[in-house]
Ligand binder design. Structure first.
Ligand code: GLP
Length: 240
């Protein structure tokens, strides 16, 4: 596990360059994407590079980590909406090649097919992750099996509280989600994780220094052969 400590501005540029390098080497790369506020500047940098002609996503396929159960893709807090607004509408990707788990309708069928779809596409070449303050990655909450594939899960009180800042009221935050599992994530060839701010310090400690234990889902990443953790000073503060 490689660790890079710098400002959000610098690490967001570095992660965008990681994606650009993968796509320039393999134009039909399969990208694993994440939501949350952490990757926002990464996506802005990827869109800028695309506009400048430094990279094209026209042949790429994407798979997102997770989605809230109960939200239509048109809801402004759904992860499909987030991805369209913050990345897909600003790059030359074909939306048909973008996959975000469904949260309504026949979402269970799609969920059960998801790992197979990723494998059929050739597997994920580069996966970006954020991290929850409780150490979750995607929506794999503490206690999730390291062997998990894409599944439906119940969100913890802490996650609901953390994410309520993005909704009008905490009562509007969905309590369930569909998420790629920890094994699905570990199958990616290359993983980059971004964490900033003091409220991520405990989770980042568990990620980098903690024992590998299902109570700290992110700790499984210590076993992955190609992970780079990008953090700011605040997120890294307990690791010093
Ligand atoms: C949500 C997402 C995670 C994300 C986490 C942190 O729970 N499911 O994928 O990593 O939030 O979000 P933020 O980057 O906004 O702190």
């Amino acid at each position: 596990m490689k660790v890079v400590v710098n400002t959000n501005e610098v690490i967001s540029k570095m992660i965008a360059e990681d994606f650009i390098e993968v796509v320039n080497k393999k134009p039909n790369a399969v990208l694993g994407l994440a939501t949350g506020t952490s990757p926002l500047d990464v996506y802005a940098n990827m869109a800028k590079a695309n506009k400048e002609g430094r990279v094209s996503f026209a042949k790429c396929k994407t798979f997102n980590l997770d989605e809230y159960v109960g939200l239509e893709g048109t809801h402004n807090q759904s992860y499909r909406y987030f991805m369209n607004e913050n990345l897909f509408n600003h790059i030359d990707i074909d939306k048909k090649n973008t996959n975000v788990l469904l949260g309504v309708g026949d979402y269970k069928k799609f969920m059960n097919e998801y790992d197979g779809m990723i494998a059929k596409a050739g597997g994920i070449d580069i996966q970006i992750l954020g991290i929850g303050s409780d150490g979750h990655i995607a929506f794999n909450e503490p206690g999730t099996s390291f062997d998990s594939l894409t599944h439906e899960t119940e969100l913890t009180e802490q996650t609901i509280k953390d994410n309520s800042r993005l909704f009008n009221d905490i009562s509007e935050v969905p309590t369930r989600a569909v998420t790629m599992g920890l094994k699905s994530i570990m199958n990616a060839r290359k993983i980059v994780l971004i964490a900033t701010g003091k409220n991520k310090a405990q989770a980042v400690y568990g990620l980098i220094k903690g024992p590998i234990d299902e109570s700290m889902p992110c700790s499984i990443l210590q076993k992955h052969p190609d992970v780079t953790v990008y953090v700011d000073e605040d997120a890294y503060s307990l690791c010093k």
